[in-house]
Design a binder for this molecule. Structure first.
Ligand code: PMP
Length: 363
């Protein structure tokens, strides 16, 4: 039986193949007599799983060798504190606010560092992106933080800013939680990138950090040892017990991504998926997306029924058709369709068919 299409913003739909492999291996991983949840993180079997996951991710995202890949815990919100504790060195840190998540990051960092708002799109209600040339960067910033895809507001940087070209030597810190592995990353522009796994990589509980080696070793004394990037890196992400099962599932997802043709192939599919939905919304008098076309996220598409009194009926009808979790974030309202890697184009077509039918039905 076909499964419903799940448009959740996260935790989100997983590739069915990954879930099937995990189900088969639940009681006995590769003849070890144990499931992955039951293994010591220091044993040979889990060591192989973690090393393979890291190698596959490095290959998929083309992470250069002078970056460490860390498997941590705490999610994006914990990183909002962990990053300034590791990178701020008691100085100023710059923030570009483009939506709810970067706003959160700015607020949390203020507990550990002196923050500076370099740019904001608040006056467009987070529907545009401020051009990098207009950013007011601090001359001595320890880093510049951006959220490269705003999950709630649906704006996405189509290219990472080149801070050097803006006259800044500060490392760029990128929250890529909600579009990691949906498109390639230009690591020459990045100092550190972090993301929770629960959208595009695997289950909640795993946080990915990719950090340039020269940024390690400068943590504030208050930084907990388990959150000190250098400690985590020196111990190959096993200083404390890592989220072993989540790493295993993410590893299966990385192998699935490789079978799909890798990140470049995913990007091509994600472009096609996003175009299908935005093109439909744009031609319809019944629905609207309020984000400036060149800033629109391929992953998270917030949209509205122009007559919001139909919202309940819309969601009930969607559910009945097997189109799940389309309700928008409470701070924005309306609807949101998240089109992560695990959503096939057939799922987006099913959504567009429903949007068209619902519009006709209400005419
Ligand atoms: N950043 C972004 C871009 C997110 O989408 C989210 C979660 N939706 C977070 C940070 C927070 O992540 P977590 O809930 O895992 O702490």
């Amino acid at each position: 039986m076909a499964r419903p299409y799940n448009f959740s913003a996260g935790p989100a739909a997983m590739p069915v193949e990954v879930l099937e492999i995990a189900a088969r291996e639940m009681l006995d991983w590769h003849g070890t007599g144990m499931g992955v949840m039951e293994m010591s993180h220091r044993g040979k079997a889990f060591g192989e799983i973690a090393a393979q996951a890291e190698a596959d991710l490095r290959e998929l995202l083309a992470v250069p060798s002078h970056f460490k890949i860390l498997f941590m815990q705490g999610g994006g919100l914990a990183e909002n504190a962990i990053v300034p504790m590791n990178l701020s060195r008691g100085g100023v840190v710059d923030f570009v606010v483009t939506g709810g998540w970067s706003q959160n990051s700015l607020k949390e960092a203020g507990r550990y560092a002196q923050t500076h708002l370099a740019a904001s799109n608040a006056d467009s209600r987070h529907t545009t992106l401020p051009a990098p040339a207009s950013w007011q960067l601090s001359p001595d910033a320890q880093y510049v933080h951006i959220c490269s895809n705003e999950t709630i507001h649906g704006v996405e940087f189509q290219a990472l800013p080149d801070l050097k070209a803006l006259g800044s030597d500060a490392p760029l810190v990128v929250d890529f939680s909600s579009h990691v592995a949906s498109r390639p990353v230009d690591w020459s522009r990045v100092g550190l990138a972090f993301g929770g796994a629960q959208k595009n990589l695997g289950p909640a509980g795993l946080t990915l950090v990719v950090v340039r080696e020269d940024l390690l070793g400068h943590a504030l004394p208050i930084c907990p040892s388990a959150f000190n990037y250098k400690t985590v890196a020196d111990n190959a992400s096993m200083y404390n017990t890592p989220p072993t099962y989540a790493i295993y599932i993410a590893g299966l997802t990385f192998q699935w991504l490789k079978r799909q043709g890798g990140v470049a192939a995913m990007e091509a599919r994600n472009i096609a998926k996003a175009r299908l939905l935005y093109d439909f919304l744009d031609q319809s008098p019944f629905y609207e997306n309020r984000v400036a076309p060149d800033c629109r996220s391929r992953m998270n598409v917030p949209f509205f029924l122009k007559d919001e009194s139909r919202n309940e009926a819309f969601l009930a009808g969607a559910q009945a058709r097997g189109l799940l979790q389309l309700k928008g974030h409470k701070s924005v309202g309306g609807m949101r369709a998240s089109l992560y890697n695990a959503i096939p184009i057939e799922g987006v077509q099913a959504l567009v068919d429903y949007l068209r039918d619902f519009e006709k039905e209400m005419a």
